[in-house]
Design a binder for this molecule. Sequence first.
Ligand code: NDP
Length: 405
Amino acid sequence: MSKVVIIGAGGVGNVVTQKCASHPEVFEEILLASRTLTKCEKIAKQVKENYNKDIHIQQIDAENVPALVSLLKDFKPTIVINVALPYQDLCIMDACLEAGVHYLDTANYEPKDNPKFEYKYQWAYQEKYAQAGLMAILGCGFDPGVTNAFCAYAQKHLFDEITQIDILDCNAGDHGHPFATNFNPEINIREITQTVRHWQNGKWVETPPVIEENCIHFTFNYPEVGPRESYLLYHEEMESLVKHIKGLKKIRFWMTFSDTYLTHLRVLKNVGLTRIDEVEFEGCKIVPLKFLKALLPDPASLGTNYKGKTVIGCIFQGFKDGQKIKKYIYNICDHAKAYQEVKAQAVSYTTGVPAMAGAMMVLKEIWKGKGVFNIEELDPDPFLKTIAENGLPWEVQDFSGSLPE
Ligand code: NDP
């Protein structure tokens, strides 16, 4: 009897819940818990319509560890899928330890007052999880997540040594809003406005944020969607890949942005609306970025008229049998198709499917271990097969194009 608790009823939580419900042979009972119960009710209704399955729902503040421990002890799940916000990661990891439950998330912990994406806080749980005989699986969305699995796959099957990885994340979709973010606006804007870093010859190299004029970008010709401007960005999976991919000399992450998006972001930053410190407003203290989040479209609502596709993948350079080779592994996901299936846009879809698949790997005891794991440390084959069977097919190609030096 496998029970799962899903925490977070946002865009990603919706996809994870529906995808788990589509596999009753693995996820026999589902409890969806989140801060706002009405959002859980809406997803539960959708699950009933699509899969004729009843799920449990419960209101929870995941930062209240005793309340979460008691929820877990009552329901007795085998695993928690955390798709709330990165701020809650450590509280949920603590609660899982106390209740003896495996843990999986899609984004690394981030302190509220310091938008630095670092694994150090969660890697510090290694001993505690190992001693408890539990698994904590970190970053099991698309990027991080599937991109890490692509790296593990390339290392296992395609290369003797990988020297360079370029991760390319393209959203060539159009949601019809002048400005909106595809996942939680607060987390998204914190990620995009920070100083950029990539890793080269054993050290991190800093370059200007994507909203600065002298930021680094180039045009990449993406499969099916064509040329798009792609900007160098820091992304959390690079920190673990640098540790786990043998022989790696360089790793970079690129993301596409439209001019309109960057212009909006520049203006919002210039007027102070992306600030994360408290400011005094008419006798109250407000955090401008949280206020901005309240004004922007809910990412879960974007799917309705979203057209176009996402293309996310990795380009690898390295050696096989003494020959220099280049390979490109990627997935293409269609916003409208995702909406048709689970009423979600492709960014939520490409995150939710791998989170479900990762939990399935644990429940089927395909991924086994004690301690804290990043995805590239686990067998990529069954995981990549499962995401392909569940709406995220992927391709491997020889790469003959060019990338900036
Ligand atoms: P949303 O903002 O749509 O959803 C987050 C949900 O978490 C909301 O329902 C929110 O509740 C709930 N929540 C927030 N705080 C708490 C709390 N203290 N206790 C309980 N529930 C809480 O975000 P997304 O669904 O877009 O993203 C979810 C996660 O997925 C994020 O961590 C994001 O960084 C990650 N992500 C990962 C990607 C990847 O590829 N690896 C890509 C995209 C996203 P309420 O409704 O009350 O606000």
